[in-house]
Ligand binder design. Structure first.
Ligand SMILES: O=C1C[C@@](O)(C(=O)O)C[C@@H](O)[C@@H]1O
Length: 167
């Protein structure tokens, strides 16, 4: 079965490269996503991407990763068996990190391991950014490495997927 990684980016990360470049750098989200896709492919893993500025859309997409939720394809019979599963979620929740119990509940609800990524070092910024609603449940947390954090997270996720396959 094809294994999948789902890369989710939350609010304002569509502006990567243009937004506060002194904090988030000049690499665009399209470049991050393309690099992540080919990096995963080099491990024989498919990578899907999703960005939204809307909390509910992110909750829906997380549920969909488990084959649930309002947008999930109907599952029955053999087709359901063959549907590739998302094995790991890599997520930069943006500001939702600090506010969203709903995103936390969605990630815990689907029981898919996740890696939390932040481009900036959230512990070296304003106090309201120091707390994450996700970190205590994350398989790993990457922050302060710039967009290289996505590379580190995808590498970790791909290894996890391969380990699942017993390779
Ligand atoms: O939107 C973001 C981006 C961020 O998640 C990061 O990648 O460093 C950090 C958050 O505090 C902020 O709201």
């Amino acid at each position: 079965m094809t294994r999948r990684i789902l890369l989710i980016n939350g609010p304002n990360l569509n502006l990567l490269g243009r937004r506060e470049p002194h904090i988030y750098g000049k690499t665009t989200l399209a470049e991050v996503e393309e690099q992540a896709r080919s990096q995963a492919a080099s491990h024989g893993v498919e990578l899907e991407t999703f960005q939204s500025n809307h909390e509910g859309a992110i909750v829906d997409r997380i549920q969909e990763a488990a084959g649930w939720g309002p947008n999930a394809a109907p599952k029955d019979g053999a087709a359901a068996q063959e549907q590739p599963k998302v094995s790991v979620i890599v997520i930069n929740p943006g500001a939702l990190t600090h506010t969203s119990v709903a995103v936390r509940d969605a990630l815990l609800g689907v029981d898919i391991p996740f890696v939390e990524v932040h481009v900036s070092n959230i512990h070296a910024r304003e106090p309201f950014r120091n707390h994450s609603h996700l970190s205590d449940k994350a398989a790993a947390v990457v922050c302060g490495m710039g967009v290289y954090g996505y590379t580190a997270a995808v590498e970790f996720a791909a290894r996890h997927v391969r380990a699942e396959d017993g390779k």
